[in-house]
Design a protein around this ligand. Structure first.
Ligand code: NAP
Length: 285
């Protein structure tokens, strides 16, 4: 059994990005520029944004965080996004979700320019993903596949089970696993015989958001388990994943831990997407 360190792999990716940023900044005369917009002061969102801007600073990506008040109107936010879309000096825009009540997230994502959509949430990017055309991929699913590739984990022909069908994680990771030629089953809250289905998986990707939900009986001997969940352990108050790590790990061939697994990969892929937006933006000129 090997515990995959997402933190170490993310560090490798970030150092490659830093080298690319340095090289292309010389060629194009400026660094990539990421703008992060946060509305309100939800502590979870503030901490995620801090992690993202810290990574941007590490790799040499210019970044600004625009903090808007909780009572910002939808129209004010949309006006800001349109201005950022038009600003040629801005390569990537990230709107930290969730947004306060009263602001329609779908409208916000639709307003964002698909070319600057570093999260890969715009319907044009989503459609391109499903049609296997070039696009900005959502960061967490991209990070999960990258993690397995870098560990040399074979996906082709394997039976993969994803628990969760959200637009952000479950569905896109299932699509990317399919593109890697895995045979994929997507489970959700209405799935019957969940434990039995999971226990047949060569690759299990729990992304449901329930602390320590995946137990030993749900995991096949020698399986690869990539834990996406980020939860608070109700007993200790500490961060934990969707997998009961201590019980499950001995049965696996590879497993990720929370924290230090998928989370850092998400941020590294956000930096990759920002670099991609920048390069596309520079090539347009
Ligand atoms: P979400 O939108 O709440 O989706 C959860 C999915 O899990 C839904 O499809 C739901 O089914 C399914 N589900 C819930 N309870 C279930 C159960 N008992 N059995 C089977 N399926 C169940 O969550 P999300 O945004 O995809 O995020 C999932 C988890 O990943 C969260 O813990 C989140 O914090 C974490 N996350 C981590 C990262 C990272 O970078 N590490 C990034 C994004 C998200 P229904 O569709 O039937 O409701």
């Amino acid at each position: 059994m090997e515990v995959i360190s997402g933190k170490e792999i993310a560090a490798e990716i970030k150092s490659q990005i830093a080298a690319d940023v340095e090289k292309y900044s010389k060629e194009y005369g400026r660094k990539p520029n990421l703008v992060v917009v946060i509305v309100g002061d939800d502590p979870g969102s503030v901490s995620y944004v801090t992690g993202k801007t810290k990574a941007a600073n590490e790799v040499g990506i210019d970044n600004q965080t625009i903090c808007l008040k909780e009572n910002t109107t939808e129209e004010e936010l949309l006006t800001l996004i349109r201005n950022l879309n038009d600003d040629k000096g801005v390569d990537g825009i990230l709107i930290q979700l969730p947004l306060p009540k009263g602001i329609d997230e779908d409208k916000v994502i639709l307003t964002l320019s698909a070319d600057k959509d570093v999260d890969g949430f715009h319907p044009l990017n989503v459609a391109a993903l499903w049609q296997k055309r070039p696009c900005l991929l959502p960061c967490t699913p991209k990070g999960i596949i990258e993690l397995m590739k870098r560990k040399g984990i074979e996906m082709s022909g394997k039976r993969a089970v994803v628990i969760g069908r959200s637009n952000i994680v479950g569905l896109p990771v299932a699509k990317l696993l399919t593109d890697e030629n895995a045979t994929v089953t997507v489970c959700h809250s209405r799935t019957k015989n969940l434990a039995e289905i999971c226990s047949q998986a060569d690759i299990l990707v729990p992304a449901l958001g329930k602390p320590k939900f995946v137990k030993e009986n749900m995991v096949k001997e020698g399986a690869v388990v990539i834990d996406v969940g980020v939860n608070r352990d109700p007993d200790t108050g500490k961060l934990c994943g969707d997998v009961d790590f201590e019980a499950v790990a001995p049965k696996t061939s590879f497993i990720t831990k929370v924290p230090g697994g998928v989370g850092p990969m998400t941020i590294a892929c956000l930096m990759q997407n920002t670099l991609e937006c920048y390069l596309n933006n520079m090539k347009k000129k």
